[in-house]
Design a protein around this ligand. Structure first.
Ligand code: ADP
Ligand code: MG
Length: 375
């Protein structure tokens, strides 16, 4: 097992495609570390450089403090599991798992011992001598993990291993994968574009966009303390709502104003803003579950019209008409269904609201020290 570290790593293809830009992060020994971001943001390029499948344009990659830039892939002891699991369909489960050991020309008795150990670990003993064509998705996944772990890799890389499955199977696989990887205790770098997967499985998540790391943190840090509006909008379903507003100090109170809403900050938020001298024009971010909706007016609540209503069983998602926002979601109880165009009274749960600089997108209260590298 190994600690993996990237120091100012760049990947530039063909002299001009900047796929990975100045990336710095560290994954601890045995950690389950997820790289999360939209398609094309540089996730696979990052991990292919770690595996040695791609030349590092600039920067350093270290395993346990040793620079491995010039080490050939075979000497890095990194195993990869890909999206399609890439099993050899004409070979048995046993031979698929044995394959990397045969390539290394290990003695037959050692191969047999290691394959059986991996099979026992992954509960594949009863199908060891079956072909792989008719296996279930879960079994194929376990065979592919078996092949990856049979040679005791220092680092296990999984590149969107379950992205192609349908939603129900994906959720089952997510649980199974996490359990297996936890048992192994191997350093795992897990690529996904699916925030639900990363949130459910990872110890820490590195969020990438356009080749750059946006934030590194635990799922909870990333959810509640997003460093910028990209992270805030990428995590959560329905996504965080944004609206432009202006902050004004009047008579000892901090007022948040926009053409559609107007409210006073509570004591806790006030203490954050006391001494604030930055831009008074801000972008507020509120998650749908923090938008409180009532049919009755109250102090600090503002009237808004309902745009659409989407019942989802245990909860109802509504969108509210807000000037300057196409969609502004509220998540309310399933049995509460206001009518379209009805006026409702809205308050924000101030414990979780965030304010972003409208130009840079940076969360104005984000403590840079604690992040981006997660140290
Ligand atoms: P992700 O895994 O996040 O989807 P990739 O790392 O595969 O992203 O790709 C990042 C960017 O680099 C994309 O714009 C992609 O088109 C580009 N890219 C990836 N591989 C190559 C390559 N071999 N040659 C040129 N451009 C590439
Ligand atoms: Mg990829």
């Amino acid at each position: 097992m190994a600690r993996v570290e990237l120091r100012h790593v760049w990947k530039i293809y063909n002299g001009n495609v900047e796929a990975v830009k100045d990336t710095t992060w560290k994954c601890e020994d045995g950690e389950f570390f997820s790289i999360l971001g939209p398609s094309g943001c540089g996730k696979s390029s990052s991990l292919r450089m770690i595996a040695g499948l791609e030349h590092i344009t600039r920067g350093e990659i270290l395993f346990d403090g040793q620079v491995i830039n010039s080490l050939p892939p075979a000497e890095r002891n990194v195993a990869m599991v890909f999206e399609n699991w890439a099993l050899y369909t004409n070979l048995s489960v046993y031979e698929n798992i044995a394959f990397p050991l045969r390539v290394r020309k290990m003695p037959e008795d050692v191969i047999d011992k290691k394959v059986k150990e991996a099979a026992a670990f992954l509960s594949l003993e009863s199908i060891l001598h079956s072909g792989v064509k008719r296996l279930s998705g879960g079994e194929m996944q376990r065979v592919s993990i078996g092949r990856a772990i049979v040679r005791n890799p220092s680092v296990l890389i999984m590149d969107e291993p379950i992205s192609h499955l349908d939603a129900a199977l994906r959720s089952k696989m997510r649980d199974e994968l996490k359990t297996q990887v936890e048992k192994l205790g191997v350093t795992t770098l897990y690529i996904t574009h699916d925030q639900v997967e990363a949130m459910a499985m990872a110890d820490r998540i590195a969020i990438m966009n356009l080749g750059e790391i946006q934030q590194i943190g635990t799922p909870l840090e990333i959810y509640y303390k997003p460093r910028n509006d990209f992270v805030a909008g990428f995590i959560g379903e329905p996504p965080m709502n944004f609206a432009l507003c202006e902050i004004k100090k009047e008579g000892g109170e901090w007022n948040i104003k926009s053409p559609s809403f107007n409210f006073v900050l509570n004591e806790k938020m006030k203490s954050l803003f006391n001494g604030y001298t930055g831009n008074p024009k801000l972008k507020i971010g509120v998650r749908p579950e923090d938008v409180q909706v009532s049919l009755d007016p109250s102090v600090n609540a503002f009237p808004l019209e309902v745009d659409f209503v989407e019942p989802q069983g245990d909860r109802t998602i509504i969108s509210l008409k807000l000037q300057g926002s196409d969609l502004f979601f509220a998540e309310i109880l399933g049995n509460f269904r206001p009518g379209i165009n009805q006026t409702v009274y809205v308050m924000f749960d101030q414990r979780h609201i965030n304010f972003f600089d409208p130009e840079s997108g940076i969360n104005i209260f984000f403590k840079e020290k604690r992040n981006v590298t997660g140290d």
